[in-house]
Design a protein around this ligand. Sequence first.
Ligand code: SAH
Length: 219
Amino acid sequence: MIEESFEAKGRRQRLVSGLREKGIADEAVLEAINRVPRHLFMDPAFLNHAYQDKAFPISAGQTISQPYTVAVQTSLLKVGKRDKVLEIGTGSGYQAAVLIEMGVKVYTIERQRELFQKSQTLLVSLGYRAHFFLGDGYEGKPQYGPYDGIIITAATSHVPQKLLEQLKPGGRLVAPVGDSGSQVMTLYTRTTENDYEKTTHGHFAFVPMLPGISNGNAK
Ligand code: SAH
């Protein structure tokens, strides 16, 4: 791990206190957020804002999720050490780092080549090990499944059956479901081989989940 200033640590502790006040109660999640240097996942132009509870632009027209959103999604996954989690939408790599801090084995898919390369380089340089894929998250990664958890970090109008099928029985999938304006955080639990239970957990705003791979500047 790299050295970092006391200032960054202090700001991060204040961010974590704020998340606790907003109702995040899972101590393992809060501890992980307290350990990940979020400022290193952001464009230097936003450095001073890194520990505000806000989403910010990263490259390729995408965003790093708001810490509160990361905390809600991670809490809903209820992951334990050595669990296998598939993430759709690597983006900055921040959410993946939070999961890795919790001892999770992370498999993460990004559709934009630029972000796929950038986040992989960054996570590796920080000592965070994960399995990185350039691909279309709508397909999932059945060859590495089934998973204890699947986390979709882009807005989708529906949860593909293909992804639900990649959950272990007892596994949980969390996704913001809805159109571009606002989505409902939705948790699917695979209760048995053929049954899923669905619960909802408030409104959020994500960038859209898009099909296919992008090699260029197009969103
Ligand atoms: N988890 C990220 C949030 C990134 S924003 C973080 O912590 O920073 C959502 C990301 O999902 C974007 O990078 C976007 O390119 C990606 N994305 C959108 N549709 C996708 C798809 N079908 N498959 C994989 N990634 C996708």
